[in-house]
Design a protein. Structure first.
Length: 175
């Protein structure tokens, strides 16, 4: 069904708004997928906080103009589904990588993170990036380690004194 001018403007505005707030984006070719498979992809994406949209390339080019994902413009060729990560940079890669493993006809063509275009082979690297909660947890573990070591070292001094006194007492009792 053809879109009128107002509908096209609404689609461009919607995608531009999503792209401005997104952390990363992936363009993938979906040729050969069934409707059920695309519905499954959308459901998994929704659970992970990923925006997925099939849009004409000309409209996508217009929507990405003043965003970090303008670098994707030249690669928008053929039937592509655009996916934008709304929660963390790796969520879109995790969803699409898992889906691509299950569906051979689904091929990642474009990956963009913070204005940089990455090769499609980097999807695994992007998927392994920690979520926000995991990153905070790792940071807290790194920050906690020196304090914990200091406390253990400070606690060792009186502990060693107590063990030495106990050894001396046992030696005197044995003699």
């Amino acid at each position: 069904m053809a879109l009128n001018l107002a509908q096209k403007e609404a689609v461009v505005a919607e995608i531009a708004e999503v792209a401005r707030s997104a952390y990363s984006a992936i363009g993938a070719e979906y040729r050969g997928l069934t409707v059920e498979q695309m519905t499954q992809l959308r459901a998994e994406a929704r659970k992970a906080g990923v925006y997925v949209r099939v849009v004409k390339n000309t409209l996508a080019r217009r929507a990405l103009v003043d965003t970090d994902f303008a670098c994707m413009r030249d690669g928008l060729k053929g039937p592509l589904v655009l996916a934008f990560s709304q929660q963390d940079p790796g969520s879109v890669a995790r969803v699409l990588e898992t889906f691509a493993k299950a569906n051979n006809s689904f091929q990642v063509k474009l990956i963009a993170v913070s204005g940089r275009l990455l090769p499609p082979t980097e999807i695994g690297t992007l998927a392994k990036m920690p979520t926000y909660d995991e990153a905070v947890s790792q940071l807290m573990a790194v920050m906690k380690a020196p304090v914990q070591k200091l406390a253990a070292t400070m606690n060792e001094v009186p502990g060693k004194l107590v063990r030495t006194l106990a050894a001396v007492r046992e030696a005197k009792e044995a003699a």
